[in-house]
Ligand binder design. Sequence first.
Ligand SMILES: Cc1cc2nc3c(=O)[nH]c(=O)nc-3n(C[C@H](O)[C@H](O)[C@H](O)COP(=O)(O)O)c2cc1C
Length: 192
Amino acid sequence: MKKIFVAVTGASGTIYARRFFQHFPYDDWEVHAAVSKSAQIVASHEGGLNLPPHVKEWDEKDLTAPVASGSNKFEAMVVIPCSTATLGKMAHGIADNLITRAGEVFLKESRKLILVPRETPLSLIQIKNMELLTLAGAHIIPATPSFYGNPKTIEELVDTVVARVYDHAGVEAEVSNRWRAEEAKEIKHKNV
Ligand SMILES: Cc1cc2nc3c(=O)[nH]c(=O)nc-3n(C[C@H](O)[C@H](O)[C@H](O)COP(=O)(O)O)c2cc1C
């Protein structure tokens, strides 16, 4: 079974984590997770966050978790949402908790590391940190939802970001409309 590590940090947007866990195809993956102290504080202002029972939760201080070592093979790590603090630490090799240590491990092992920052506006330091992480192999997927699918609810809007995160992580789950997907299907059908 493929393994994924999901970290939730203290950026606004707990709903991104909630939707990520809600749609996740648990039959196909072993899911490990950590929620930072700051994420818990933010969640208490934003509707809360309860991890599903299938998820193996680790304390953010617990460096004995399997994901803290490169010898345990994980397919992907997702930080959703990702604070600029955690992003900055990862960009500079500061591995002072389980989340930043796991980020360091994924980069050194050339594994899929997906960060979903939420901040605006951005300082040059934050932009440079994203540049550094991109050069090091991370995928930066900012929490910037799209509107072309005419989302009717906040959940549907949030799902436009979650869908892109799943795509990059290699997680198979359809959560939002793809641009002109129906039309593309019809064209393919006509050509057969
Ligand atoms: C209500 C609230 C909202 C916040 N929103 C953001 C945000 O949108 N983006 C961000 O990068 N940090 C945000 N922060 C600040 C982070 O929580 C703070 O930098 C924290 O140290 C991050 O720690 P962590 O990365 O270990 O979770 C927010 C803090 C609070 C209390």
